[in-house]
Ligand binder design. Sequence first.
Ligand code: NDP
Ligand code: GDP
Length: 323
Amino acid sequence: MKTAFITGITGQDGAYLAQFLLQQGYRVCGLIARRSTDTLWRLQYLNMDKDVELIEGDLTDVSSLIRAIQQVKPSEVYNLAAQSFVGTSWEQPITTSQVTALGALHLLEAIRLTDPSIRFYQASSSEMFGLVQEAHQSEKTPFYPRSPYGVAKLYAHWITVNYRESFQLFGCSGILFNHESPLRGIEFVTRKVTDGAARIKLGLEKELRLGNIDSKRDWGFAGDYVKAMWMMLQQAEADDYIIATGKTTTVRDMCEIAFRAVGLNYEDHIVIDPKLYRPAEVDLLLGNPLKAKQRLGWEAETSLQQLIEMMVEADLRRVHSMI
Ligand code: NDP
Ligand code: GDP
C-alpha cells in the first residue's frame, strides 16, 4: 500500500485529493495546523474524517515537517497548504510569503534531509501569470505576478524546479487555473456568488456586493483537478503542467449562470462596490492544457454551467437547513 502525505488536507483540494487517493487504495496522512475552531468540515462533508491520519504541524515550522515525514514515511508528498486568498495577500503579505513561498522550501528541505526518493507535488497557480504575456497561457508563457500571493507562488514554483535540477528530487509543479466546488472557501467569488444567490432566493438577503465583474477566469471543478496532481507523480519523469479547461468566462457571466439557476436575474441583485476592487487586478486567465492532455491523458470533465449549478444546489441545501 502506498502512503501519501498531504499538507492543506483540510482545504478544498486536500479533501478531494484525500478522497481520490483513498479510492486508489492509498494510506492517506495529512498535516493539520492548530486552529481554535474546527477545520474538519470539508473532510466530514466527504465522509472521510475517520479514514485519514492527521499529524499536527505547520508549514512555517520545518521541525514539525521533518517529524511528520519521519513518522508517516510517505512515497508521495502533496504540498497544497497555503495562504491561498489573493485579497488577503495584500493585508498579510509577510504571512503569505512565509506560508506560501517559504513553506514549500521547508517541505523540500524536510524531504531532502529525510528521504530524497519521495515524489513531491507543488500546488502552483495561474496567478503567477498575472498581467498575462500571452493570450493562451502555457508552460512556456513568461510569468508576471500581480499580488503578493502570485509572487509567493512564483518563489515556490521556482524552488521546486531548482530542487529538481540541483538535487534530482522528483518535484512537479502543477500550474492550476481556478477550480471550485461546493467546498470552495466562501471568500472566493464563485462561492460568494452561489451562496449569495441561494440566500437571495430563500429571502435572507436582497443584494450581493461585488468588485470587478469584468475580469475573466478559466474555472474548472476541483474534483477533476486533483486527479491531475496524482497523474503528474505517476510519470517516469518529473515535469510542470498547466491544468485548465481552456475556456474563459467573465465574473459577470458566471453570476448570470448562478442567478439563472435559482430563477433570478443577476442584474436585479448585484451591487458594485468600489471598496471590493483590488490594488492590482488580473484581468484575464485562460490556460492551454494541451501538454497535460498529450502526456497525462488528463482533460477537464465538468463544464462551468454544471459546476455552478452543483454549487448553487449545495448552497441552497445548506442555507435552507440553517433557516
Ligand atoms: P484552501 O484555502 O481551501 O486550503 C488551504 C489549506 O492550507 C488549508 O488546509 C489550511 O489549513 C492550510 N494551511 C494554511 N496555512 C497553513 C500553515 N501555516 N501550515 C499548515 N497548513 C496551512 O486552498 P485550496 O484547497 O483551494 O487550494 C489548494 C492549493 O492550491 C493552495 O496552495 C492554493 O494556493 C493552490 N491553488 C488553488 C487554486 C484554486 O483555484 N483553488 C488555483 C491554483 C492554486 P486550515 O484549514 O487550518 O486553514
Ligand atoms: P483569484 O483568481 O484567485 O483571485 O480568485 P477570486 O475568486 O478571489 O477572484 C476572481 C475574480 O473575481 C477577481 O478578478 C476578483 O477581482 C473578482 N471579484 C469581483 N468581486 C469579487 C468579490 O467580491 N470577491 C472576490 N473574491 N473576488 C471578486
